[in-house]
Structure formats: C-alpha cells, structure tokens
Design a protein around this ligand. Structure first.
Ligand SMILES: [Zn+2]
Length: 100
C-alpha cells in the first residue's frame, strides 16, 4: 500500500478503476508520476449500448498528471521518491487501468 499525503489522496489511491476520481501511480515519459484519473463509468460497466455507429467513441477515462495533491497541496515528488519500490509495484499492478 502506498503512503499518502492526506485522507483524500489515500481514498483516491484505493479508488482505481471505479466511477469518479482516482489517483494512479504511473511511469510516463520515463519518470514516475501520479495521474488523476476520472471515469464516467466503472471499468466493469457494459459500454456497448452507449456506442453509436459513425460517431466518435466516448472517453472512458481522462487522466491528468499531478505535481501537487489537489486536496492538501503537498508536492508529490518527495512522496514518490520516499517509496519507489512500492510505487513501482503499484504502477505495474495498475497499469492495465491506464489503457482501458
Ligand atoms: Zn494530499
């Protein structure tokens, strides 16, 4: 389990893949970073009835890199650097959620 800066961040870390906001550890552009992910549906939801032929697909997850915690304002890089082993393990475990 990753250490968090505040209760909001801790809850967001444990909400990966669920409807709403979540925070995921990630390796993007060759560096470790937390991503804020927003999902309009749970990852297990059946989206086949929502697609319309000839229309652009709906985004199932929107992600924004985070430098600071949106709730408490703490800089996140020190939090990443003090737990790189756990960060890397969680980033690998949750990586399927970044592409679905
Ligand atoms: Zn925080």
């Amino acid at each position: 389990m990753l250490k968090a800066c505040c209760e909001w961040f801790s809850n967001a870390l444990s909400s990966a893949g669920e409807k709403g906001y979540a925070v995921l550890p990630s390796h993007r552009h060759g560096r470790r970073m937390f991503l804020l992910q927003s999902r309009p549906f749970d990852r297990t939801a059946d989206l086949s009835k929502l697609s319309v032929p000839g229309q652009p697909g709906m985004a199932v997850a929107i992600m924004v890199p985070l430098d600071f915690c949106p709730r408490c304002g703490r800089q996140l890089l020190p939090l990443v650097n003090e737990q790189t082993e756990a960060f890397d393990a969680e980033a690998i475990r949750l990586s399927p959620l970044l592409t679905e």
